[in-house]
Design a protein around this ligand. Sequence first.
Ligand code: AMP
Ligand code: ZN
Length: 112
Amino acid sequence: MSDCIFCKIVQGDIPAEKVYEDEEFIVFADANPQAPIHHLVIPRDHISDLMEVKDKEMLGRLFAVVQKVAWQEGLAPEGFRVVNNCGEKGGQTVEHLHFHLLGGRFMEWPPG
Ligand code: AMP
Ligand code: ZN
């Protein structure tokens, strides 16, 4: 989508600190990190949110990328958090499906 900031990252039109990419997904550093490690895992295709996912098997492949990046970034042994904010009340601010991968500190509960 032409006005989607994450589509612009996928297309290389705006810069991002990429830590992983393959033909289906990219992972890059969040611009406003909430933890020492805070990455965003997104599909290259524009899907606005979790409820708009038609290809459910894509979610399994996306979580395989989460596992890969958790190992790559040294998060796997100690633990980490994966967050998806869905829709307005879920706190979603960018309408391109993304999962936050957060780690490098103890995570608290409940979230705000
Ligand atoms: P959410 O509130 O779940 O929709 O998360 C959107 C996330 O995207 C926020 O954590 C923002 O800091 C992050 N973000 C917005 N624009 C950019 C950008 N250009 N590069 C990296 N992260 C971004
Ligand atoms: Zn998009």
